[in-house]
Structures are given as structure tokens and as C-alpha cells.
Design a protein around this ligand. Structure first.
Ligand SMILES: Nc1ncnc2c1ncn2[C@@H]1O[C@H](COP(=O)(O)OP(=O)(O)OP(=O)(O)O)[C@@H](O)[C@H]1O
Length: 473
């Protein structure tokens, strides 16, 4: 794998002063980790370069021979409106800045501005381009009819619209060499999503998972990069690091929010340079794996507090997904309940019990601070205690009550609002059933089996309903 340059699109620096181009390139590389940079000294060549494609951001001077910056801004706006333009000029004039913004400039800096200000503005523009590109990829994926490889997500039980959008996004970025950041509370299924992303990448190698929480910097370096024999006292034999183990595959770093600052520097270097040194070895080795990271922490907040390096954060979040907590997708609870009942019965060598009717509503009112993992544990506990008849809700009530006692987890107090309560005129039974069926089909992405599970009816019963709807009965 070649070292991925960052960002995915090119950044074009336009100025007639070669010394300024060189110093700006260096600053962006060293302070922001931006490596996909091209420079241009002759304003007449700019449109030709842009026509070739690949450029997403331009930084341009205003006073240049041949075409001035304002003229270039105008032409870029007309011919390449998808490109973001930032002016970095020697002119400190308000009217000029206003004119440039009107011509579509994303930002305006004076060359004497503090380096940090310019770098911050450029990173904001990079992020905006990335989001626009992700959005375009996702829209075209959705427009082309959903998932191409739903089998990759076979282990993730869901009918939730937000989760299905996450699947589409993961598919859209599956072949990108850039890192993927998966965020979401503990137990929402981040590791399952990482496995799906690895499967979709088509990489021949393994998925190697490293939980970096609690690793001090030396252990982190040793785990990831390995060591040569005699690298330190006790290193009796060489050890291949996890980066090498993951060659041609995926390196999944879990709990990345817990990484110490010195280890963050090492990880950034690995991503930026695409190489690493095993301990005690002065010949670098190449990174040949795709990197996926996950965290239950808010990395943006950690970055703001100075606990997570900004350059690493920007690098990691090129592609990012947020997995919604279980309490925000209550419609998944019956599906997951059924899935885990099957799994628990199989694992424990028992007949699959039927849940009592009031179980799903009970669980739908619970906050689930431990998310899907917590639900899974509850089901396994209940099935192991189960003897005969419908599955008792007693152990669930106990678990939910315990959660309540801890203060962090509360059963949602408000009773579920009757969706019809605000209707001035009530629909007939069959009209309401029709709406329900259409909504379920929509949420299930047209999959009848899934829609039937969402509604708690059999697939043939749903199919009958759909036929009735079609014939207008
Ligand atoms: N949608 C789902 N369908 C089936 N099983 C799921 C789903 N989501 C999570 N699980 C199961 O719940 C458990 C926790 O999932 P996972 O380890 O992927 O969560 P996580 O977000 O990575 O948690 P953590 O932040 O603690 O590492 C696993 O046993 C996983 O198989």
C-alpha cells in the first residue's frame, strides 16, 4: 500500500512569489499534516490545472501578473463551483476582502496573519470539502438503490434508518486508503461496524484489533511496531508488531480517545509518513494496512480541551461515522431481542423461549446506558434462568431497576405518547394499518422480512397487507 497523501483531494497554492509558496507548503505540511499540495506560480496555468480535476481547495494571492486573484476567483466560481477558494493576500483592505467573499471566497487572510490563524482556516476549508465529498458519495450511493453488499452487515441486526445510512456511508468509503473513525457510546456495535468495513475493503489480509486503552507509551510502541532481539533488557527474541500483522488488511485501534499524547505523536507519524521503526531498529518499515479507529469519547471535545492533538484528530476524522445509541432506535429492540434469544438458546443448548408480551414495551422505556451489549447480557441471563413457558420478565425488571438505582440509567418516565392523540380526526383501522405498513417498509429499506419483524407480524401476513394496499382495499 502506498502512503496515502492527505487530504484525498489536492490543495493548489497560487502565488507569483516562489519563496512564499515554499514557506506556506512547509507550514501546512508540518502544522496541519497536509501533504497533498501542488504549487503554481503562473496564474495563466491555473484553470488548466483545475480542469484536469483532483483539486478541491485553492489558496491564492490577489496581486499577480497576468490574471489577478479576483479574476481567478470569478472564473473558479463559474467553472468549478465545487472547489473551495481561500485568499491569502498581502493586501489588508476591507473592501477587497468583502469583494472576494462576494465572489465566493471561503476565507480571507493577510500574509502577515499568525500562522495558527491561517492553518486553522485551511483546516476548516479542508473539513468542509471532505463533508461535501462524503455527502456527494452518500447521495449517489442512496440514489443508486441502497447497499451493494448487504451481506457485509449480516451480523448487525437493525431496521433503523440512521443505521442504514451508516451502512451506506461505510460502503461508500470502503476502498479509501484514509483512516475511518467510528464514534458512539460503549456497546453500540462499533466493533461490528469495523468488521463490516474490513470485509467491504476487499483487503486480503487480516483484521487486527488492538485496544489501546491503558497502554503506556512504551507498551503502545512495542505492541504496534514490535522490536528486534536485544532492543531492551528482556527482549530475548524479535516481536512482530500489530502494524505488520495487519499487512494487506486492517488495523483496528479501539478506544483511541484514551491514547496518551506521546503515543498520539507516534500514531500521527505512522499515518503521515506511512512508515514505522520497530524498537531497536533503524531501518523503517512500511505501513501496509488500512487504519480504523473507534472511541466512545467525544474526540472533538478532547481536542478542544487540548487532550487530543488537533493534527491527529483532523487526520483521523477524514471519514467518520457516529453510531446512534440504542435508546434512539427503540424499534430495533424487538429485533435484537429476538436475535439474542435465538443466540442465547443455541449457546446454552435450550429451546428458544417466547418473550412475554409486556417485555418489549418494558425495554423500550429503558435508557440502556450499556446499549446493545447490555441488552445482550440481559437476554443471556434471562435465558439461562429460564425453565419453561414464556420467558419471564422478572430478571429484566430487576436489571432495569438496578440501572435506575445507579442514577445514570433511568427508565424513561414519560409514558410513550399516543401518536394519534393530536389528530383532530382519527383514521380508520385499515387506513392506520396501511400507514404503519408503509412506514415499516420504508424503515426496512423495502425488505419484507425485516418490515414484518418491525411490525411483529409474519411475513405472509405483511405480504397480504401489501396486496390489499395495492388493490386499494
Ligand atoms: N446491531 C447489533 N446486532 C447484533 N449484535 C450487536 C449489535 N450491536 C452490538 N451487538 C453486540 O453487542 C456487543 C457489543 O458490541 P461491540 O463490541 O461492537 O460494541 P462497541 O461499540 O465496540 O463497544 P465498546 O465501545 O465498549 O468497545 C457485541 O457482543 C456485539 O456483537
Amino acid at each position: 500500500m502506498t502512503v496515502p497523501t492527505y487530504p484525498d483531494f489536492g490543495i493548489l497554492l497560487i502565488d507569483d512569489e516562489p519563496a512564499w509558496l515554499k514557506s506556506l507548503s512547509l507550514t501546512l505540511r508540518s502544522c496541519a499534516g497536509l501533504t497533498n499540495i501542488t504549487t503554481c506560480q503562473d496564474s495563466r496555468e491555473v484553470m488548466g490545472i483545475l480542469d484536469q480535476g483532483g483539486i478541491g481547495l485553492v489558496l491564492l494571492d490577489l496581486t499577480m501578473p497576468y490574471l489577478c486573484g479576483e479574476e481567478l476567483l470569478k472564473r473558479i466560481g463559474e467553472c468549478h463551483p465545487e472547489i473551495t477558494a481561500i485568499v491569502v493576500s498581502g493586501l489588508n483592505q476591507l473592501e477587497t476582502a468583502v469583494r472576494c467573499m462576494k465572489l465566493g471566497a471561503f476565507d480571507y487572510f493577510i500574509k502577515t496573519d499568525e500562522e495558527d490563524r491561517i492553518v486553522g482556516g485551511v483546516l476548516r476549508a479542508v473539513r468542509m470539502q471532505e463533508m461535501q465529498r462524503d455527502y456527494r458519495a452518500l447521495s449517489s450511493r442512496l440514489a443508486s438503490g441502497g447497499l451493494r453488499h448487504p451481506e457485509a452487515f449480516g451480523s448487525v441486526v437493525t431496521g433503523d434508518r440512521g443505521m442504514l445510512a451508516v451502512f451506506s456511508y461505510i460502503e461508500a468509503v470502503a476502498n479509501s486508503p484514509q483512516p475511518l473513525l467510528i464514534q458512539g457510546e460503549s456497546g453500540v456495535g462499533k466493533e461490528l461496524i469495523a468488521q463490516a468495513a474490513h470485509q467491504l475493503s476487499g483487503c486480503r489480509g487480516k483484521l487486527v484489533t488492538v485496544n489501546v486503552a491503558g497502554l503506556d507509551d512504551t507498551v503502545f510502541a512495542d505492541t504496534l511496531f514490535g522490536h528486534v532481539r536485544g532492543a531492551y533488557t528482556g527482549a530475548d527474541s524479535m516481536r512482530r508488531g500489530m502494524v505488520e500483522e495487519a499487512a494487506d488488511g486492517t488495523l483496528f485501534l479501539d478506544e483511541i480517545g484514551d491514547l496518551s499524547i506521546p503515543s498520539q505523536v507516534k500514531l500521527l507519524r505512522l499515518l503521515q509518513e506511512g512508515e514505522f521503526f520497530p524498537l531497536g531498529c533503524d531501518i523503517p518499515k512500511r505501513l501496509k494496512a488500512r487504519v480504523i479507529v473507534a472511541t466512545h469519547q467525544d474526540l472533538e471535545a478532547k481536542e478542544r480541551e487540548g487532550k487530543f492533538r488537533r493534527d491527529l484528530y483532523f487526520r483521523l476524522r477524514t471519514h467518520q461515522v457516529q453510531i446512534p445509541p440504542l435508546r434512539e432506535r427503540v424499534a430495533d429492540i424487538p429485533l435484537l431481542l429476538d436475535h439474542f434469544l435465538t443466540e442465547a438458546a443455541r449457546t446454552l443448548g435450550k429451546k428458544k423461549p417466547h418473550p412475554a408480551r409486556d417485555l418489549a414495551p418494558l425495554l423500550a422505556g429503558y435508557e440502556f446506558p450499556g446499549n446493545v451489549r447490555e441488552l445482550k447480557a440481559m437476554v443471556f441471563d434471562a435465558v439461562s434462568l429460564h425453565q419453561e413457558g414464556p420467558l419471564s420478565t422478572a430478571s429484566f425488571v430487576k436489571a432495569v431497576g438496578r440501572g435506575q438505582g445507579e442514577g445514570t440509567a433511568v427508565v424513561r418516565q414519560a409514558p410513550r405518547k399516543n401518536p394519534f392523540s393530536g389528530f383532530p380526526e382519527l383514521p380508520t383501522f385499515s387506513a392506520a394499518a396501511g400507514f404503519l405498513v408503509m412506514e415499516a417498509m420504508d424503515r426496512a429499506g423495502g425488505n419484507q422480512t425485516l418490515a414484518a419483524r418491525l411490525l411483529g407480524i409474519s411475513q405472509p401476513a405483511l405480504s397480504k397487507r401489501l396486496k390489499m394496499l395495492k388493490s386499494g382495499e
